[in-house]
Design a protein around this ligand. Structure first.
Ligand code: ADP
Ligand code: ADP
Length: 223
């Protein structure tokens, strides 16, 4: 099992943001997390990625319990947050070296990892560009590049196609599909057509609870 969550629940203050979220992902491909704004997508993803501790429940990444061995679990996850903290005064190269080192990649392998990921994400010709001077589409590619630099089993992307113009959207979808050949991708969106076009499976969340979870085909037959 690449990802398993066990009765994940989270409360920020008095109200529950998510309740009893159970997810099981065994295979490669793109799995969509669909829900309207405020449904609980970011909360779920932040917990899976370890940037937020759940009030209740467990997360297993590739069989590793996140509570018991957070470092080992972290090595198997890549995360593209909704608003990635891209350190915009760095060049693409500097930023990717920094993230590679943060992900505990062996120092001697950092250079090769950076080159490989730039090649994969179409960034090879932009190495010395400052991130702050990039278009939204290229900045998104940098965000995606950092999420796969340590070759994680699971890549979690929070609304990765939100706010892109049509050309950027086409490029982003293409890149995400390529990434899903080698990694399992859990991707969120509040737009059904986006999940429909990209995903093999769909998990629909409403007011913090899962209301549907099956293949995209089953969803389309059911609705
Ligand atoms: P989504 O990503 O689907 O838009 P979120 O996970 O961001 O949903 O939010 C789920 C619920 O939790 C919402 O009701 C939201 O207002 C609330 N929430 C999110 N973050 C916080 C926070 N830091 N403090 C308090 N409430 C929060
Ligand atoms: P801490 O251990 O103090 O919680 P981390 O080093 O885990 O800090 O995380 C620092 C930041 O890097 C987090 O805010 C998170 O957004 C990001 N991050 C952590 N792990 C990953 C990962 N595997 N993939 C992508 N981003 C990550």
């Amino acid at each position: 099992m690449i990802l398993k969550t066990e009765n994940l629940s989270h409360r920020y203050s008095s109200t529950w943001a998510i309740r009893d979220i159970n997810i099981e992902i065994a295979e490669h491909g793109i799995i969509g997390l669909l829900g309207s704004n405020g449904a609980g997508k970011s909360t779920t993803m932040n917990i899976i990625c370890g940037t937020l501790n759940p009030t209740e429940g467990n997360v297993y990444i590739n069989g590793i319990n996140k509570r018991k061995d957070p470092e080992a679990a972290k090595r198997e996850i890549g995360f593209l947050p909704q608003n990635p903290p891209l350190y915009t005064d760095l060049t693409i190269d500097e930023y990717l070296v920094y993230t590679a080192e943060l992900r505990l990649i062996d120092k001697r392998k950092v250079r090769a990892a950076v080159e490989e990921v730039k090649d994969k994400c179409g960034l090879s010709h932009f190495s010395s560009r400052l991130i702050k001077n990039l278009s939204g589409g290229y900045r998104q590619r940098v965000g995606i590049a950092q999420s796969i630099i340590h070759k994680p089993k699971l890549v979690v992307m929070d609304e990765p196609t939100n706010g892109l113009d049509p050309n950027q959207l086409i490029e982003a979808r293409k890149l995400i599909r390529e990434i899903a050949q080698e990694h399992t991708v859990l991707l969120s969106s509040h737009i059904l057509s986006e999940i429909n076009i990209l995903c093999r499976e769909i998990i629909m969340i409403e007011s913090g609870r899962i209301v549907f979870s099956d293949t995209m085909d089953a969803f389309n037959n059911y609705t």
